[in-house]
Design a protein around this ligand. Structure first.
Ligand SMILES: [Zn+2]
Length: 254
């Protein structure tokens, strides 16, 4: 699988989203200066699924997975979808984790120093609660797939069900410590209340989503050392699995 250039990927995402009946959430702009956002309305009672990717420009599997999912257009019609498939376009263009000023956008959701974060939050601030949020990432140091799961008090974990599906595409990371966090069977678990109380200033996107928009947030990590095709397939499978669980278990705002 070849990596498309930024203009090609941007155009492909816009075309595929339009063909699948999504509307733009963002005000547009040049591919490098545009926070692409798409939404498609479903049935209110089925809930809203939020999916984002590409906040780290050297992790292309997430944006490509969302492009493939838009092209195949097998999203459940009942779900309302909100998607930001390419949060760091200039980073993607040059294959860097940060934006072009060296800011890690996934540490910028409290400081809002980067224009990319400001553009994303301008769109997010117009949106309400999500049943579930999903952020697609890759990890250069891991040997397998794992999840960060942030849950509001009392909510049941879906992580095992999601990883059971991705197991069919890539092995699971089984280390008992991942990225400095205690982990079990590929899951790093945090309580939403714990996350939103943290006084650290370098908030990742998932902290903002948990504090403002949802009680259930998954960060899906695939191993960058695996072939791109498999990472993309694993991300697609994870998103499909989460859609299926949201529909089955109920999508009321949480
Ligand atoms: Zn990442």
């Amino acid at each position: 699988m070849d990596l498309p250039g930024l203009p090609e990927l941007h155009a492909s995402l816009v075309e595929a989203a339009s063909a699948a009946g999504f509307e733009r959430l963002d005000p547009g702009g040049e591919p490098g200066r545009c926070c692409l956002g798409f939404t498609r309305a479903g049935q209110a009672e089925a809930g809203v699924l939020y999916v984002s990717a590409g906040i780290h420009g050297d992790e292309p599997a997430g944006p490509l997975a969302l492009l493939e999912l838009l092209r195949e257009d097998e999203w459940p019609e009942k779900l309302t979808l909100v998607m930001f498939p390419l949060l760091n376009p200039e980073g993607y263009a040059v294959g860097s984790r940060t934006n072009r000023f060296g800011i890690d956008l996934n540490r910028d959701y409290r400081a809002r120093a980067a224009v990319e974060t400001q553009r994303h939050l301008a769109c997010l601030d117009k949106l309400g609660r999500f049943a579930t949020a999903v952020c697609l990432h890759e990890d250069w140091e891991s040997a397998g797939v794992y999840l960060y799961e942030v849950l509001a008090d009392g909510l049941e974990s879906w992580a095992g069900e999601v990883l059971a599906i991705t197991d069919g595409y890539l092995p699971r990371e089984r280390a008992t410590e991942i990225d400095g966090h205690p982990a079990r069977d590929g899951v790093i678990s945090y309580a939403a209340e714990e996350v939103s109380r943290q006084d650290r200033v370098d908030w990742p996107e998932a902290f903002w989503l948990t504090a403002k928009h949802t009680g259930r947030c998954y960060t899906v990590e695939t191993p960058s050392g695996a072939p791109l095709t498999q990472r993309v397939a694993a991300h697609q499978a994870a998103v499909r699995a989460i859609c299926e669980v949201v529909l089955r278990k109920g999508g009321s705002p949480q």
